[in-house]
Design a protein around this ligand. Structure first.
Ligand code: 2PG
Ligand code: MG
Length: 429
């Protein structure tokens, strides 16, 4: 048995897909195994998620991470050295105790998640196993159903449109590889349609086409036509998934759609979304109401939660406690799982477990600021989450994840099981 004692932990500054500094942690175990992981960063962030510790000041727009790096190289390394890396929950409990805040404000969620995930990688290597297999611990795994952005918006596109993510889900795909091929066709068709309309202006933060639309709804029409143009039946082979990210433009039950020059109250917002669901092939909506609008989330879920998947992202911030509360509240029926919202692997897993206990759909998700790190693909597969959200079908920080999942599917060979549309919280088929 190889020595899995934590011998050293080192942090270095690397750069994310927005050209901002972020934290990479590298862990070395006594037996020589190494693991590495990089913290991602969100732009549309929930109020209650773990915070990224940034230096502030003038340099690099205040985004530098030397304090977070110092926390890894100093107190975190000192506390964890000598511990057995195999016991992830004990290691994470030490990180949580050392931080001792509700939102990782002292050490920085960027410091803790990089270390926590690097430890996972090191242990998988020490056991000579791919990370997804180590995480599965002998339980069945499924390749996740991907939801993939075609148009970016909201905080990822200078608020050119209000809605943040216009995505597709290949509901007719039988394998992960086929889901990507189908999505590639839709992405191409959408790019062609934008070009034909004289609206092609590059891509937004997650690789989706820049949303040159005259209304939020125009994007839905364009997306449905792109599905048809690509040769798929909307709602059958290919469906639409939206992240409204309503906390970005809604507060105290009032919602301001800048592009549509409309201010809606809670009921108006719900009516608009229900109308869209009636006229477009939508199977999933994330954060339809703002994070402070519990009443709105409950009303929306009561109205249509039996027909579509309703995901809490800012609303649940990868917190097991909030997932439990939302389940008893019936405020949504699915949970987005973002490791850096929680700050450790163990807390991330607890939120996923809470979701699975509640019968929720569970979607492991990247952030808008990403890197070549592919840990989330292994979490989604090894933990059998069922769904994966990574952004669009362009830019290598996104493609790195899709390509890693292709490798996993190939490695599983004939045993590979694709979660497919059955992984959605609600299945209209
Ligand atoms: C989200 C994510 C990914 P961000 O809101 O779901 O699209 O965005 O990382 O900016 O929070
Ligand atoms: Mg979101």
């Amino acid at each position: 048995m190889t020595d899995t004692t934590i011998a050293s932990i080192l942090a270095r500054r690397v750069w994310d897909s927005r050209g901002r500094p972020t934290v990479e942690a590298e862990v070395r175990l006594g037996g020589g195994a190494r693991g590495r992981a990089i913290a991602p960063a969100g732009a549309s962030r929930g109020t209650h998620e773990a915070i990224d510790l940034r230096d502030g000041g003038a340099a690099l727009g205040g985004m530098d991470v030397t304090l977070a790096l110092g926390n890894v190289n100093g107190p975190i390394a000192a506390r964890l050295q000598g511990m057995d890396a195999t016991d992830q929950s004990r290691v994470d409990a030490e990180l949580i105790a050392l931080d001792n805040t509700a939102n990782k404000a002292r050490l920085g969620g960027n410091a803790t998640i990089a270390v926590s995930m690097a430890i996972l990688h090191a242990v998988a290597m020490a056991n000579d196993m791919p990370l997804y297999a180590w995480l599965a611990a002998g339980n069945p795994v499924r390749l996740p159903l991907p939801e993939i952005q075609i148009f970016g918006g909201g905080a990822h596109a200078g608020r050119r449109v209000d809605i943040q993510d216009f995505m597709v889900i290949a509901t007719g795909a039988r394998t992960f590889a086929e889901a990507l091929t189908m999505t590639a066709e839709v992405y191409r068709a959408a790019g062609q349609a934008m070009s034909d309309a004289g609206k092609l202006q590059g891509v937004a933060d997650e690789g989706g086409f820049w949303p040159v639309f005259d209304s939020n709804e125009e994007a839905l029409g364009m997306l449905t036509r792109a599905i048809e143009k690509a040769g798929y039946r909307p709602g059958e082979d290919m469906a639409i998934s939206l992240d409204i990210a309503a906390s970005e433009f809604g507060r105290d039950g009032r919602y301001t759609l800048g592009l549509d020059r409309r201010e809606l109250d809670r009921d108006g917002m719900i009516a608009m979304l229900l109308d869209w669901c009636g006229r477009y092939p939508i199977v999933s909506i994330e954060d339809p109401l703002a994070e402070d609008d519990r009443e709105g989330m409950r009303a929306f879920t009561a109205a249509i939660g039996g027909r579509i998947q309703i995901i809490g992202d800012d609303y649940l911030v990868t917190s097991a406690g909030r997932v439990d509360a939302a389940a008893s509240d019936r405020a949504c029926n699915a949970v987005l799982i973002k490791p850096n919202q929680a700050g450790t692997v163990t807390e991330t897993r607890a939120a996923l477990d809470a979701g699975q206990r509640a019968g929720f759909g569970t979607i492991v998700s990247a952030r808008s600021g990403e890197t070549e790190d592919v840990t989330i693909v292994h979490l989604a597969t090894g933990w059998n989450a069922g769904q994966l959200k990574v952004g669009s079908f362009a830019r290598s920080e996104r493609m790195a994840k899709w390509n890693e999942a292709l490798r996993v599917e190939e490695a599983l060979g004939p045993d590979a099981v694709f979660a497919g549309r059955a992984a959605l919280a609600v299945n209209p088929w």
